[in-house]
Design a protein around this ligand. Structure first.
Ligand code: NAP
Length: 362
């Protein structure tokens, strides 16, 4: 048995603590240590006890948290991985449905998959853990060490755009010049996922904008500006987000009233991607006129969840490209680094937080 530090919760009740636990780390294919683990709304939801779908691994009275990470290989007994490699472990682990069996547990057909740090499988917020090579994605570009923890949130965005491309392929979505240059993408929310969705919408050529119900700090606006990202406070400018309508609406807020409000501005053949989740959001109203609006305009509403290994690879490719293009400006997306012993991070979002991370070694 090895004594390791881990950040644990009881998924059935919530709470969080950093504990030293006994763990078997003698028999493994790949032995890993996290460099950084990211924290997101899901971790905070589990800790607050409000995410009812989270559960401890079978036979365990606790769950080790953490699904966003970049790790270093400490030792390997398999070909293809060696000490010192940078890797990102996959979050979802397949069940035995048809989609899980073809490497698409993100499209799991029966819910019998597991998710590290969330549903029935210990996560990556632990000093030392083991994994199998098929669940590891290598980060060959070592200059990404400080930002590769964004691979996990960005892989969700890659999947989101895959969903967009699939549903919009039932007609011609692009303009008559074959591009999206005349198309408007509105992204609701200004957190890390909204930020990455807006970066990607720009990559696709959309005229894109992030929106929230309040202003952003001058610091945050300056950071957005450096990365060519636009923002509008819709409480002050209700008509500003695209007077010519919205072609792609992406929601990261999970707030029904806000989503329904903007759906009423979506153009013919528009696509709405539902991504954000917030079980505690108040209800929003949606009536028969809205249904007529959607049908008459041939609008698609699609939900998107998680991603497959291919999306992790795509995410690493874009992080490399953006790191080359924006240099250290991209590093500012990591807005805070914390010790594994500082559990206050789980209680509330930090001021101007895009991505807070736990640093596991100095
Ligand atoms: P986050 O930082 O909490 O982002 C949520 C954003 O929505 C925040 O900027 C929040 O603003 C904003 N917001 C809340 N209510 C709003 C409203 N009425 N109008 C406009 N903006 C509003 O979380 P994240 O890490 O970026 O993740 C975004 C969401 O995606 C979360 O709900 C998360 O659980 C979910 N998620 C989904 C998947 C998936 O596979 N579908 C995967 C990962 C995460 P304030 O902070 O100012 O309130």
């Amino acid at each position: 048995m090895t004594r390791i530090k881990a950040i644990i919760t009881d998924a059935s009740r919530g709470g969080v603590s950093t504990k030293t636990i006994d763990a078997n780390r003698e028999d493994y294919k790949v032995l890993l240590s996290p460099i950084y683990t990211g924290i997101c709304g899901t971790d905070r939801g589990i800790v607050s006890g409000s995410l009812k779908f989270a559960y401890n691994p079978h036979g365990s009275d606790y769950l080790i948290l953490g699904h966003e990470s970049v790790c270093e290989v400490r030792d390997s007994n398999v070909a293809g991985f060696k000490k010192g490699d940078l890797v990102v472990p996959l979050v979802r682990r397949p069940g035995d449905c048809v989609n899980c069996r073809i490497g698409r547990s993100d499209n799991c057909s029966d819910g019998n998959k597991h998710e590290a740090g969330i549903t029935g499988m210990h996560g990556f917020m632990q000093e030392l853990f083991t994994d199998d090579p098929e669940y590891l994605v290598k980060v060959e570009d070592r200059s990404l060490r400080e930002i590769a923890v964004l691979t996990e949130p960005l892989k969700n965005v890659m999947k989101g755009f895959e969903v967009f491309q699939k549903v919009s392929s039932r007609y011609i979505f692009s303009g008559s010049d074959s591009t999206y240059l005349e198309k408007n993408a509105l992204i609701i929310g200004t957190g890390c996922e909204a930020f990455l969705y807006t970066m990607m919408a720009n990559e696709f050529g959309f005229n894109s904008m992030m929106t929230n119900r309040h202003p952003l700090s001058q610091n945050m606006l300056a950071d957005l500006n450096d990365l060519n990202l636009s923002f509008v406070d819709y409480s002050q400018n209700p008509d500003k987000p695209f007077s010519s309508g919205i072609d792609l609406l992406i929601d990261t807020s999970g707030d029904p009233a806000t989503v329904f409000n903007f759906i009423r501005k979506v153009n013919y053949n528009g696509v709405v991607l539902l991504f954000g989740t917030n079980g505690r959001a108040p209800p929003g109203s949606f009536d028969g006129v809205d249904i007529d609006y959607l049908i008459e305009r041939n609008i698609t509403i699609a939900a998107t969840v998680d991603a497959a290994k291919i999306h992790y690879l795509q995410a690493i490719g874009y992080l490399s490209k953006w790191h080359y293009k924006y240099g250290n400006k991209l590093d500012r997306v990591i807005t805070g680094k914390f010790s594994p012993d500082d559990n206050s991070l789980f209680e509330r979002k930090q001021k101007d937080e895009l991505k807070s991370v736990i640093q596991w070694n100095d």
